[in-house]
Design a protein around this ligand. Structure first.
Ligand SMILES: C[S@@+](CC[C@H](N)C(=O)[O-])C[C@H]1O[C@@H](n2cnc3c(N)ncnc32)[C@H](O)[C@@H]1O
Length: 286
């Protein structure tokens, strides 16, 4: 059942088309985040690989739908764990992402992409063995609707997985951000709050009658230098709690302040550590 207590302004911020266009209309910010995870991530196996391994053992999928595929991070894990035969389809609402996804999928005869909205999937019922919605549901205005759509296109016996973050995700970085916002005396928008679909509140959005299970893993980053942490912050975190135009106008100053504060932390502690928690919900359709 959907969480109807959600504040509308909070939905607007995370599902705002302008935010999504800036964050995902171009590919670079997502690439910065993926590369940062690869280089500075700690204590956590790649979540795509671990969820693919774990859930592939539950069912033997021959067709996979990646909803909100982005640049297709899951595709690599699917090929690694499930082999070259499994049919992979990636859907995203951003033309920039679909173009980047197409580059990744070039030469893979069992993979296709499609432009579209998670809330209205362009397939018949029971079309796929596995539907994944990974790190994307918090952007969708109607989260329960997108999960109902994913369930509709899933075959009986198929797997649905929905990966997301925990509620305290990136707390250390967010604290530096809040300090930088205060130091610049920027007005904040009301209604900032917990992630709309997180490991702690996500369970309520799933269709009734499904046995939803969850897995979570603690991890994070250890930055030995300030620049990669500043680049990560620059990839989107600087917007948190600010009107888009305020964030845009003050981006350089915010990134600069955060870079200096990270450098201070590194001088003091030897590294800047950021704790994260990510994981996934999943179920097998009866
Ligand atoms: C954080 S990225 C995650 C990409 C990928 N799943 C991953 O984990 O690397 C979120 C993606 O969801 C897409 N997205 C957001 N809202 C969507 C919607 N309603 N329908 C389809 N895609 C959407 C964005 O364009 C973006 O590519």
């Amino acid at each position: 059942m959907a969480d109807h207590t959600e504040r509308p302004e909070h939905i607007e911020r995370f599902a705002d088309p302008v935010f999504l266009q800036t964050a995902y209309g171009i590919v670079d910010p997502l690439q910065v985040r993926i590369v940062t995870h690869q280089r500075y991530g700690m204590g956590q196996e790649d979540i795509f690989r671990s969820l693919t391994r774990q859930l592939a053992a539950v069912a033997s999928p021959t067709s996979v739908l990646d909803v909100g595929a982005g640049i297709g991070t899951w595709h690599a894990a699917i090929r690694e764990v499930l082999g070259p035969q499994v049919q992979y389809t990636g859907l995203d609402q951003s033309p920039g992402m679909v173009a980047a996804l197409d580059e990744r999928l070039a030469g893979d005869a069992a993979a296709t992409s499609r432009l579209g909205d998670a809330q209205h999937l362009p397939w018949d019922d029971a079309a796929f063995d596995w539907v994944g919605l990974h790190f994307m549901l918090y952007h969708v205005p109607n989260i329960a609707g997108a999960l109902a759509e994913a369930d509709r296109v899933l075959k009986p016996g198929g797997i649905l997985s929905a990966a997301t973050n925990g509620p305290l995700q990136y707390r250390e970085l967010m604290e530096l951000h809040r300090e930088a916002v205060a130091a610049l005396h920027l007005p904040t928008i009301p209604g900032g709050g917990p992630l709309r679909f997180s490991l702690s509140n996500g369970r309520h959005f799933f269709p009734s009658g499904r046995m939803v299970q969850s897995e979570s893993h603690a991890g994070g980053f250890r930055f030995p230098a300030a620049e990669p942490a500043a680049a990560y912050y620059d990839s989107g975190f600087y917007r948190e709690g600010l009107e888009p135009e305020v964030a845009r106008a003050n981006k350089a100053a915010l990134v600069d302040l955060v870079r200096h504060r990270v450098a201070d932390a590194i001088a003091r502690d030897g590294a800047f550590t950021v704790i994260s928690e990510s994981g996934y919900f999943w179920y097998q359709k009866p």
